[in-house]
Design a binder for this molecule. Sequence first.
Ligand SMILES: [Zn+2]
Length: 120
Amino acid sequence: MACAIEHAQFNFVAVACACAVVRDREGRPADVTPFAMGAAAACLPSLPDVIEPALHPNHRKFFHSVTVFAALGYGLHRLYQWETEDDWQRLARMVGLIAGAAYLAHLTRDAFTAKSLPLI
Ligand SMILES: [Zn+2]
């Protein structure tokens, strides 16, 4: 099992890189946004383990599954496409994207362990 510090490091790198790639594809100029997004995601290293605590090696159930990974990925895509109209919506969108990306990064790191992720 990966520990919280390892998850935080992975979250930082994965989310910062993903954010940088998305911003580059959109033609936005390089700035500190990917680092800020990565740092924020690193502050939420173990969201799936809050729901399913890592008390034993077989703790990964539904909320650590490939099914949740796919559904959350689709939800993040929809959230990313949300055209916000005011500051509160932009804040909600940003918080959702950071928390969702942190959750996905955690599952991605868990997928590359010996136990991997269950399908359901
Ligand atoms: Zn986990």
